[in-house]
Ligand binder design. Structure first.
Ligand code: CA
Ligand code: CA
Length: 543
C-alpha cells in the first residue's frame, strides 16, 4: 500500500531536526525505561514501553505547524514494495527502520542517506499471515533486533547491519512467522508469534538479547506447557476447562502484535488472537486465552491475569490490539488503568494491576454481535448475529449467513492508538465496516488456512470508512471525530504541542489539533500511509 511513507512520516513529524553523531553506540536499560520522557531519541516501539505514543515536545505546535515542510524522502525501493507498517527508531543521528519482506535499514537522520541495509534471505514456502509487512525492531546495547517472515529472530550490529545472532522462533512450514516489533523488558527480549490463521498456538517468549537463547516461553492456550530456564514450568490454565476434546492443540491465540510493559505494575501486557478455527460451533466454551489481554510476570512468564474481550470468538475479532497503561481520573480517584480499542468495536478500560473490568464502550457505529457488557465484563451476545452452524444446514456445508458489525478487519485493526496525558483522551484510528460471514466445516491440516468460514466486507456508510475518534476513557464519550473516505490503517502520535499526527490511505500525513480535532496541516507523500509517526528533538547528543 505504501513504500516510503513510513519513513517520510517519521521525518515530517520531526520538523527535520538534525544533529551530531557520537561514536560509541549503546542503548541502555535506562534509555529504554526513560524513553517516553527523553525527547532526543526514540528507542522503543510506542515511544515508551507503555505504548502511549505521546511526546512531551512543544517545538512544533498548534501555532507553527503550518510552516512544516518535508526535508527528504527515502525509498524502500526494489521490487519489494507492499505495506510499510514499521515505526522508526532514532538514536545518535541514525534512524533504524524495518520494511516489507523482512528488510531493515539504518539511515543518516540529517541527510536521508542509507548507512546499511539488511535483506533477510527468505526461503520458498513461507506462510506470511496475513501480509509481508514488518512492524519494527528494537535497539538494545549495540544491536538492532527484529523478526522475519520465516519465523527467525535476527540481531544485527547497529553500526553495520551484520548479523550477530539469528534464532529460529518456530517452523514456518506450520504457519509461524513474525511481523511485530519485539520489546526489551528488564534486560530480556520479549516477543510473540504470528500465524493466527494457520492454527498455530500463540505464545509469549523471553530471550537473552546477547545470545538469543530462550529464558521462558508461555503458550497462551489452556493445556499447553510453559518453559523456564530450559525446563518445563507450568501448564497454562486447566486442560479442557474452556476447550472441548483436542481442539486446544491447534487453538490459535497468535500473539502477532507484540506487547507493552508497565514498570509501575511490573507486568507485560499482550493481546492474543482469534481461536482456531473461526467456525465457533466446533469449539463450545470460552476458549481461553484467545481474543484476550493477558498480563505476564517478566521474570518467569507466568500469567498474572487475563481478560477475554471476546470469549468464544466467532467473528475473527482477535484480541491483539495494544493495551496502553495510563492513570484514569474518575470520581475524584486516580486508578492505575489500561485501555485498548478492540477489533470487536468496544473500547475497554481495565484495572491494569489485576485485569478487573471498568468499562466497555462501542467506538464504531452499529455494533451488533453484542449489545454491551455486564458489570463483570462479559459480553451480552446477540445470538442471531453469530454465523450459523453449518452442521444444521440442509447439505451440512454452509451455515446461515449473518451481517455482523464490525467486520473482522475490526473497529480498529493493528494500527496503534495514542493517549495524551494533556487532554486525557485516547485517539482511535477506527474503521466503520461490517461483514457478511458464514461458517463451513474444516479440519486442521499443517500449513493450511484453518478458518471454516467465508466473508464479504461491507462498509457501514456510503461516504466514509475511516474514522479517527477522540475518546474520553472516563465517560466513554467521543469528544471529536474526523471522517476519512478510505480506511485508516496508520498509527497515531500526539504531542505536548497540542498536535495529533496520523496518515491516510489517500497518501496524506495530517496534523490535527488534539483538543478540537481541527485539521491544521497535511502533506501528500504520493502513496498511502500505513505506519506510525514519531518525533524527536535536535540536541547535541542525538539526531
Ligand atoms: Ca526517548
Ligand atoms: Ca485473525
Amino acid at each position: 500500500m505504501t513504500s516510503r511513507s513510513a519513513f517520510l512520516a517519521a521525518c515530517a513529524a520531526t520538523a527535520l531536526l538534525a544533529g551530531l553523531s557520537t561514536p560509541a553506540f549503546a542503548v541502555t536499560d535506562e534509555d529504554i525505561a526513560n524513553d517516553a520522557a527523553t525527547t532526543n531519541d526514540v528507542v522503543t516501539n510506542g515511544l515508551g514501553n507503555q505504548g502511549q505514543r505521546y511526546s512531551p515536545l512543544k517545538t512544533l505546535n498548534r501555532n507553527n505547524i503550518k510552516g512544516l515542510i518535508p526535508a527528504y524522502s527515502f525509498s524502500f525501493g526494489g521490487e519489494k514494495q507492499r505495506g510499510q507498517e514499521s515505526q522508526a527508531l532514532v538514536k545518535d543521528g541514525v534512524i533504524y527502520v524495518t520494511g516489507s519482506y523482512s528488510r531493515a535499514w539504518a539511515i543518516n537522520s540529517r541527510t536521508g542517506e542509507k548507512i546499511w541495509e539488511y535483506n533477510a534471505r527468505l526461503p520458498e514456502g513461507i506462510l506470511p499471515c496475513c501480509d509481508v509487512v514488518n512492524r519494527g525492531g528494537v535497539l538494545y546495547k549495540d544491536m538492532f533486533i527484529f523478526g522475519t517472515l520465516d519465523a527467525q529472530m535476527v540481531a544485527l550490529d547497529a553500526k553495520n547491519g551484520k548479523v550477530k545472532w539469528k534464532k529460529q522462533i518456530d517452523d514456518f512450514k506450520s504457519g509461524f512467522s513474525y511481523t511485530a516489533s519485539p520489546m526489551i523488558v528488564k534486560g530480556k527480549l520479549i516477543s510473540g508469534v504470528s500465524g493466527g490463521e494457520f492454527g498455530v498456538v500463540g505464545r509469549v517468549e523471553a530471550r537473552d538479547p546477547e545470545t538469543g537463547e530462550i529464558i521462558w516461553k508461555r503458550p497462551v492456550i489452556e493445556g499447553h506447557m510453559g518453559e523456564l530456564n530450559g525446563k518445563p514450568s507450568t501448564v497454562t490454565g486447566k486442560t479442557n476447562e474452556t476447550w472441548p476434546g483436542d481442539m486446544w492443540k491447534y487453538g490459535g491465540g497468535a500473539t502477532w502484535l507484540g506487547g507493552t510493559y508497565d514498570a509501575e505494575t511490573n507486568l507485560i501486557y499482550f493481546g492474543t488472537g482469534n481461536p482456531g478455527p473461526w467456525n465457533s460451533w466446533m469449539r463450545p466454551g470460552d476458549n481461553k486465552w484467545t481474543s484476550s489481554r493477558i498480563a505476564l510476570d517478566p521474570d518467569t512468564g507466568e500469567i498474572k491475569w487475563g481478560f477475554q474481550t471476546t470469549p468464544h470468538d466467532g467473528w475473527d475479532y482477535d484480541g491483539v490490539n495494544e493495551f496502553v497503561s495510563f492513570d484514569l481520573k474518575k470520581d475524584g480517584k486516580t486508578i492505575k488503568a489500561g485501555a485498548t480499542a478492540d477489533r470487536n468495536g468496544f473500547f475497554f478500560v481495565l484495572d491494569r494491576t489485576n485485569g478487573k473490568f471498568i468499562s466497555a464502550t462501542p467506538f464504531v457505529a452499529n455494533v451488533n454481535w453484542a449489545s454491551g457488557y455486564t458489570p463483570e465484563g462479559r459480553p451480552i451476545y446477540i445470538e442471531a448475529n453469530r454465523p450459523g452452524d453449518p452442521s444444521k444446514s440442509a447439505d451440512g456445508k454452509k451455515g446461515v449467513v449473518v451481517r455482523a458489525t464490525p467486520g473482522f478487519l475490526g473497529g480498529k485493526n493493528w494500527n496503534p492508538v495514542s493517549y495524551s496525558p494533556d487532554t486525557g483522551l485516547f485517539y482511535i484510528p477506527s474503521n466503520e465496516w461490517g461483514m457478511n460471514i458464514w461458517n463451513e466445516p474444516i479440519a486442521y491440516k499443517k500449513g493450511a488456512a484453518y478458518l471454516g468460514a467465508g466473508f464479504e466486507i461491507k462498509p457501514t456508510f456510503e461516504d466514509h470508512i475511516g474514522s479517527l475518534k477522540a475518546m474520553d476513557p472516563a465517560t466513554g464519550k467521543v469528544v471529536w471525530e474526523y471522517k476519512n473516505k478510505a480506511p485508516l490503517w496508520g498509527g497515531v502520535l500526539t504531542t505536548a504541542g497540542g498536535l495529533l499526527f496520523t496518515g491516510t490511505s489517500e497518501g496524506y500525513i495530517k496534523a490535527f489539533d488534539s483538543k478540537t480535532g481541527d485539521e491544521l496541516w497535511k502533506f501528500n507523500v504520493g502513496t498511502g500511509v500505513v505506519s506510525s509517526p514519531i518525533t524527536w528533538n535536535r540536541t547535541a547528543s542525538s539526531g
